[in-house]
Design a protein. Sequence first.
Length: 156
Amino acid sequence: MPAEQEPERGTVPAAAPARAVASAEPEGARSRRFPSVTRDTARPEGGGRAAPGDAPAPARQWPMLAVLAATAAGLLLTAMDHPRIGCLLIGSAMIAGSAMRRLLPSVGMLAVRSRFTDMVTYGLLGVAIVLLALVMEPDPLLNVPFLETAVRFTVR
């Protein structure tokens, strides 16, 4: 196919759907069915580069690298026998990722799904990890009254 006739990326050539449903529809009608073969996928909103294209690769992906660095530091602290501080850092990194996904127009590889889904997923996981770090034994910083009863019935 010559370059001037090549369809845009992500579109199906006009002849392909017509051949597939030529006997089922009158001439000129277009099918409302999804194509049987996916040609391309849409980038998530906010999935563009977080810095200009001429910037080095780490600068273009700084939101994702910041979350990964904080998570790695939290895992290192957990491995060095400071599990509460490490888990708080990991949960805080997830909450920061949720905030960056909400506030920044473009976050690079931190954008996986739609903006709302990413925010809810990162935020809920971050809050859950922080809460688990706060009720961690020994000497929990947060005392949840029904937690002792729930543990007694499920574990003991």
